[in-house]
Design a protein around this ligand. Sequence first.
Ligand code: SME
Length: 150
Amino acid sequence: MTDYTLLGRQLDALLDTPDWLTNSAQTCALLMQEIPALNWAGFYLQRQPNMLHLGPFQGKPACHPIPFDKGVCGAAARTRQTQRIDDVHAIADHIACDSASQAELVVPVVVDDRLWGVLDLDSPERNRFSEADQAGIESLVEIFIARTTF
Ligand code: SME
């Protein structure tokens, strides 16, 4: 069970510049290191309308680009709601970048009412992400937003 309060303090201390590129790279590196059973952690950025471009990440090379109308990441971007998927194989339009991925959590990153991007976590374990993981990771995204100039 991950202690998200502690992880939040670590993230807050780690993000000591306001630079979005540095902070997004550091954030996914910390999550990959500290959260058990992940095979991918990273950001997709909305750099042109309704399209997600691959940003800083940890894990295998990934799918790029992802339109808002495709996949779990697209659903998170489109709806601005966290997508918590217990079994990615049950999702018809899930985009499989790595066949090892079984569960996925995608948190939208909304800054000043603009969808800046999403944070995507993949796990090789089905049912990996609980409601507590969702709340914890959403709180980490809030820290990332608060510490960053976009
Ligand atoms: N599975 C995602 C694509 C991104 S990768 O998992 C890194 C999706 O369906 O949107």
